[in-house]
Design a protein around this ligand. Structure first.
Ligand code: ADP
Length: 784
């Protein structure tokens, strides 16, 4: 800003100190004057040229200000109008002209007169960028100030934005805003327009900040009031709607009922508090909203769960034994181990022992043993199948934000059990899939872990449920696929398949009476002959357990019941001869060993998840280049095993009377035709080797012989697993002689004595022994 003209004009003028008022140049304003001294000054001014110097008192309350009591910078004003008001006051209308500074008080009676110095600037101020910028900034701030709710009309904004002169801009804006008198004075004393604008900018900014804070406080207060009001209002409205719909009392009553129930149940405080809160919420949400459904479901679950329901254990090993015997035939070892387990648990008086895992083929009574355990302990029983469970949510439930969410299957099963200490059976723990959503196995681990399961939290309940009193039992068909950490927590009890004799006993003593009872035939004379049962076992089922046997017996009973009603009779005899009338044609031909001794075909024994099976291995050599081809259901282990066999044979060609170059000139094709999927590949080692030797040497194999065993490169026979199941399978298949590895001799004690009596067992250490029993010697050929 250039001071074009530095000379200061000096003027002498009457002066009025104003109380609580500052006047800026360009401002037009009226005020009332009452003090004599001030009126005198006015009169003097009017005599002159209507010009008067107005300045502010530092303290409004001072009545007789001395020169120290007013500021020495003020505004020269032109009096535009004067109006005498009743009671010695005069109303004056003035217009601010220019700021000025008192250089000398010339007189103080009967009015103040002062010598003034007026800064004089050229009206045409040259605006540089700096000035332009500050002007814009000030206008912007002023806009902000007005939009912050100060009562300044839109016209003012327009006027202001059109002002070109920097000093005037500051003065006009200053006259519109409400400022503390000290701030007004600061602006008045800023003679330099740029400095004035800067001061104004700072003041505006300060002012805006204060406004902001004021607003926040106001809002907070208002919000609090609003919220209370709003809630009250909405509640009233809701009540009105509910009344209109005739629902209010219903809901209020429902909520009361829920609350009563919740209060009555002894559940953890945390859960109780939450449940009560939810019940309250039912009053608040609209009765027609989906939310009420969710809340009701939640509350129903909470009140239905057996938080405080617990059965008292029966601790009586003798009674437990009786119950296990009542429900199950045989299974002596299994029962003993279960009784031991129960006894130890009672003695230790804790649930922290390992978890029982019953392992065996389907239908051998795993589930029903678990049920018997519950019965023996006088506990409720509940089960949950883990087959195909791949989502953790199945175990833990979905959060309530899911549409239609309910708790997971653990909590559901507990609810079904109706007590917090049931016997809880996890069926098919070996079929647990490792999931793509969460890991069901680790969720299960938590459930089974006594250190953690007292606060099992279901996602739906969002509250911990104590599972520590539950007696968990698991079942599996095979141990191979059980996740290791789970397996480590379990005590495994194996239940193997049944022999025909055992099945017969089970059918006669348990299954038939049970099915007759269930079909309401107790009072009728229904007789199923022993032969008929044997026929069902052999020709209508092929299984290790008795599940299908039971189903067939149920079928017979159903047909019998129907016939009795239709034909009005009350007795029925079922024997092997008329069995097909009840069950249709036989499903399986009696699985008999091949009658003929054949070259290159050997019966092996395989262990599968559903029990022991025989499997027929066929070998065909053909001219070629020594390729080994395997077809059928074969795993890699089986291929390795076949190669080992071939290597062994190559080293013994002379002994076996085989062409020593067979591995160069012949391709060997090994095939396993029947569908049994062997789980333990290497156990077919000696079977394959025998078949290859038979095929290459053209010596037939005894069709009544079956074998299992792993082979080494040197032709040694190594032990294998699943002996009991395999032997039972061989027996079912009508095998007479079984070749087993020497080291499996110890497994013989597992085999029921009637089966042991029926079969001839040979324990072999090497391939030579295998061959001596399997291959048909010249002189034996015609015997079979
Ligand atoms: P799993 O659970 O092993 O598949 P289940 O427990 O379902 O087998 O048994 C199938 C049926 O066979 C059940 O009705 C069961 O009572 C019966 N059952 C199995 N084993 C025996 C047994 N040893 N004595 C009596 N009934 C048996």
């Amino acid at each position: 800003m250039d001071k074009k003209n530095g000379t200061q004009k000096s003027k002498v003028m009457p002066l009025i100190p104003l109380r609580g008022l500052s006047i800026f140049p360009y401002m037009v304003i009226h005020f009332d004057v009452g003090r004599d001294k001030s009126i005198n000054a006015l009169e003097k001014a009017m005599i002159n040229d209507s010009m008067i110097f107005l300045t502010s008192q530092k303290e409004a309350k001072v009545d007789m200000p001395t020169p120290e009591d007013f500021y020495h910078v003020g505004t020269i004003c032109k009096i535009k109008q004067m109006l005498k008001l009743p009671g010695d006051t005069v109303r004056v209308l003035v217009e601010g002209i220019n700021r000025a500074k008192i250089t000398e008080i010339i007189k103080d009676e009967p009015y103040y007169e002062a010598k003034l110095e007026e800064p004089s600037y050229s009206t045409e101020v040259e605006k540089d960028k700096k000035v332009e910028a500050i002007m814009r900034m000030v206008i912007e701030k002023f806009e902000e100030y007005t939009s912050a709710g100060n009562k300044v009309s839109a016209d003012v904004l327009i006027t202001v934005s059109e002002i070109e002169e920097p000093g005037r801009l500051a003065d006009v804006i200053a006259s519109y805003i409400q400022l503390k008198s000290t701030n007004k004075q600061r602006l008045l004393e800023a003679f330099d327009p740029y400095e004035r604008l800067e001061t104004l900018h700072a003041i505006l900014e300060e002012e805006l900040e204060v406004i902001q804070i004021e607003k926040q406080i106001a809002q907070r207060v208002k919000k609090q009031i609003n919220k209370v009001q709003k809630e009250y209002y909405l509640k009233e409205q809701l009540k009105a709607i509910q009344k209109e719909l005739g629902e209010d009392e219903g809901i209020a009553q429902e909520v009361e009922e829920y609350k009563e129930k919740i209060e009555d149940i002894d559940m953890p405080d945390e859960v109780k508090e939450k449940a009560l809160k939810e019940a309250e919420r039912l009053l608040k949400v609209s009765p027609s909203s989906a939310e009420t459904g969710v809340i009701r479901t939640y509350l129903d679950w909470i009140v239905d769960l057996p938080w405080d329901k617990e059965t008292e254990d029966r601790v009586d090993i003798k009674k437990s034994r009786d119950i296990l015997d009542q429900d199950h035939y045989g299974l002596k070892d299994v029962k003993e181990r279960i009784l031991e387990y129960l006894a130890i648990r009672e003695l230790a008086n804790s649930m922290k022992g390992p978890i029982l895992c019953l392992v065996g083929p389907p239908g051998v009574g795993k589930t029903s043993i678990a049920k018997s355990i519950a019965r023996a302990l006088n506990r409720e029983f509940t089960r949950m199948s883990l087959g195909g469970v791949r989502d953790e949510a199945e175990i833990r439930g979905h959060r309530r934000t899911y549409v239609g969410a309910i708790p997971g299957r653990i909590i559901s099963s507990i609810k079904k059990a109706g007590s917090k200490n049931p016997v809880f059976l996890f069926d098919e723990i070996d079929k647990l899939s490792s999931g793509f959503r969460g890991d069901p196995a680790s969720a299960l681990l938590e459930v089974l872990d006594p250190e953690q399961n007292n606060t099992f939290t279901d996602h739906f309940l969002e509250a911990p449920f104590d599972l520590s009193k539950v007696l968990f039992i698991t079942t599996a068909n095979s141990l191979n696929t059980i996740p290791r950490p789970l397996l480590d927590r379990m005590e495994v009890i194996r239940i193997s398949g049944y022999t025909e004799e055992e099945k017969l006993q089970i059918a006669n003593k348990y299954l038939i009476p049970k099915q007759i009872g269930e079909h309401g035939l107790k009072d009728k004379k229904v007789n199923i002959s022993e032969n008929a049962v044997r026929e069902v076992i052999n020709s209508y089922t092929r299984e290790s357990g008795v599940r299908n046997l039971e189903r067939m017996i149920a079928n017979i009973c159903r047909k019998v019941a129907k016939r009795m009603v239709e034909e009005n009779i009350d007795s029925a005899k079922i024997n092997a001869g008329n069995l097909n009338k009840y069950l249709g044609i036989q499903k399986y031909r009696r699985e008999k060993a091949k009658k003929e001794n054949q070259i290159g075909i050997v019966t092996g024994l395989a262990w599968t998840a559903v029990g022991g099976e025989t499997l027929s291995i066929e070998v065909t050599p053909m001219p070629g280049t020594g390729k080994l081809q395997l077809t059928g259901q074969l795993g890699d282990v089986m291929k390795e095993s076949a190669r080992a066999g071939i290597s062994f044979i190559r080293s013994k060609t002379e002994e076996f009377e085989i062409d020593k170059d067979f591995y160069k000139e012949k391709d060997i094709h090994i095939h396993i035709p029947e569908g049994a999927i062997p789980k333990d590949g290497p156990s077919a080692g000696i079977t394959m080797a025998t078949a290859v030797i038979s095929a290459l040497s053209n010596v037939p194999v005894n069709s009544k012989v079956a074998m299992t065993g792993e082979i080494t490169l040197r032709g040694r026979v190594l032990p294998v697993g699943g002996i009991k199941e395999k032997v039972l399978g061989a027996n079912r298949a009508g095998i007479k002689k079984v070749l087993l590895p020497w080291d499996n001799k110890k497994d013989m004690e597992d085999i029921p004595s009637n089966v042991r009596k029926k079969l001839e067992f040979v324990f072999v250490e090497n391939m030579e022994e295998v061959l001596s029993h399997a291959l048909v010697k010249e002189d034996e050929k015609n015997e079979n």
